[in-house]
Ligand binder design. Structure first.
Ligand SMILES: [Zn+2]
Length: 140
């Protein structure tokens, strides 16, 4: 059985507080609502975007000053710059929000960000990019 927090009334407040304390696993463990009730952990899209950006920035810091296999650093011009990370965050959030009820569509939209940005004239990778007049992909 799936339990949705808005229908819990007063009890929802304590569950939301526990979730904010990052204790979702503990809430599940307590089984306060019986064995047949499970409490879903839902993440805010904004927080998911933020975590993705933070991990990219952390990765950039880990590789700071080190050359990759192609002899260039991870950061720098036409590489993983903060401005590009900001764009990835924006597109990542948009991919999730615009495919709320379509898991495969969401997956395709997220992969299109990676493939589109890794694309070059010598190696175009726009197979996942949206098509049509409203497409953000200039290659289409
Ligand atoms: Zn593209």
């Amino acid at each position: 059985m799936v339990l949705f927090l808005p229908f819990l009334g007063k009890q929802a407040k304590s569950l939301i507080m526990l979730y904010k304390c990052k204790n979702h696993a503990r809430v599940e463990e307590l089984k306060s609502y019986g064995d047949e009730v499970s409490v879903l952990k839902e993440d805010c899209v904004g927080h998911v975007q933020k975590r993705m950006g933070r991990r990219l920035r952390d990765l950039k810091n880990v590789y700071k000053g080190r050359n990759l296999d192609d002899g260039l650093t991870l950061g720098g011009r036409d590489r993983l710059m903060d401005k590009r990370i900001d764009l990835f965050q924006k597109y990542y959030g948009k991919a999730i929000r615009s495919n709320k009820n379509d898991k495969e569509g969401m997956k395709t939209a997220i992969w299109s960000i990676l493939y589109h940005s890794a694309s070059s004239n010598d190696n175009p990778q726009h197979d996942y990019c949206p098509e049509g007049e409203t497409s953000w992909c200039g290659w289409q």
